[in-house]
Write a protein that binds this ligand. Structure first.
Ligand SMILES: Nc1ncnc2c1ncn2[C@@H]1O[C@H](COP(=O)(O)OP(=O)(O)O)[C@@H](O)[C@H]1O
Ligand SMILES: [Mg+2]
Length: 329
């Protein structure tokens, strides 16, 4: 186990200088590196729901998967602070098997997460069986988790394909919480749902958080959803956390030019920002990022200076509940 310094007892999940790089090619083909997570320091407090926002390809899913031990770390650490006896995961170590069920993830697509030809009972009992629960324990966990997500017990003999989209996502959630996780990554869990269902499922996550105290990383590319579910948020762009703080501070007074651009996409929560964000080809930006040690937003930023290209600014505290990684501040 690697040595770490001080671990805040109020923090359940922390990353330190975390890097997750994907390498393609090599030998004959030119080597290409994607910096999916690039030097990320994040702290999630016990009992907190923290929102992680950013457009597609920012590294949100990779960060979530790495926190729960599903993705190999390139360098840096993930610290899961489990009841005062922290588990430290780095490039050389894995989450111990008996800890795995405490760290759960729910994905966006309720249709591909569970085999539709399975009975609801089997879908729920399988992970519990695998985790080593007795039959009696299984039964009470299945009933408790169904009740928690608002599904009736009489759907247990039904096939998964007989459920509606909303019911399937509730089943997905029941499956994850039946294992008594302490930390949960919810990855775009309302993205595929109809607008009318989104609010309901967000409320369900808040309810679960209130009743069980499970800490959550709630990933979404939809800012209004982040505002509904969390009190604090992180903004991620191409592997970097560019802004962090209370939802109110970040949405009312966005500082990073990328956050401003993201907020402009939502007229209802958008403050007046007149910056013109350069539109450039995604491939071009990716290619540029590989070469650069600087800010990944450089190529789209209306305020970019020479310095931004060569050196990524660190997150800087601008108020007690607001941090930004930009030389403008
Ligand atoms: N298993 C993988 N192999 C290679 N590249 C990957 C893999 N997973 C993710 N990536 C790349 O890492 C970057 C971040 O992806 P992802 O974490 O899925 O972002 P997000 O969830 O924000 O859309 C993307 O460029 C993606 O193509
Ligand atoms: Mg994703």
């Amino acid at each position: 186990m690697s040595r770490v310094g001080y671990i805040d007892p109020n923090v359940i999940m922390e990353t330190r200088n975390l890097k997750v790089y994907f390498v393609k090619g090599g030998f004959l083909a030119k080597k290409q590196v994607t910096k999916a997570v690039d030097d990320v320091d994040v702290k999630i407090k016990k009992g907190e729901v923290l929102a992680l926002v950013g457009e597609s390809g920012s590294g949100k899913t990779t960060l979530g998967r790495t926190m729960i031990g599903l993705q190999r770390i390139t360098s840096g650490q993930v610290i899961y602070n489990r009841d005062g006896s922290p588990i430290i995961i780095d490039a050389k170590s894995k989450v111990p098997k008996h800890i795995r069920r405490e760290l759960q993830m729910i994905y966006q697509d309720p249709y591909s997460s569970i085999d539709p030809y399975m009975k609801v009972y089997d879908a729920l009992s399988m992970p519990l069986k695998y985790a080593g629960f007795s039959k009696k324990e299984m039964q009470s966990k299945i009933e408790d988790s169904l009740t928690m997500v608002g599904l009736p017990l009489d759907i247990l003999p039904n096939y998964v394909f007989q459920l509606s989209g909303g019911q399937r996502q509730r089943l997905n959630i029941a499956r994850a919480i039946s294992l008594d996780p302490k930390f949960l990554v919810a990855d775009e869990v309302v993205t595929m749902l109809d607008a009318s269902l989104k609010g309901e499922i967000v409320e369900l996550f808040k309810d679960i958080n209130r009743k069980t105290g499970i800490s959550m990383l709630f990933i979404t590319h939809e800012l209004p959803i982040a505002k509904l579910v969390a009190e604090r948020m992180l903004v991620m762009y191409r592997g970097k956390i560019v802004e962090a703080g209370s939802i109110n501070a970040v949405l009312k007074d966005p500082l990073h030019p990328y956050t401003k651009a993201l907020i402009q996409a939502y007229p209802k929560i958008s403050p007046e920002t007149k910056d013109v964000i350069k539109r450039i080809d995604v491939k071009e930006a990716e290619a540029a990022q590989i070469e650069s040690k600087g800010c990944p937003f450089y190529h789209r930023c209306p305020y970019a200076s020479e310095r931004c290209l060569h050196e990524m600014p660190k997150l800087k505290k601008v108020a007690s509940d607001h941090e930004v990684a930009c030389y403008l501040y």
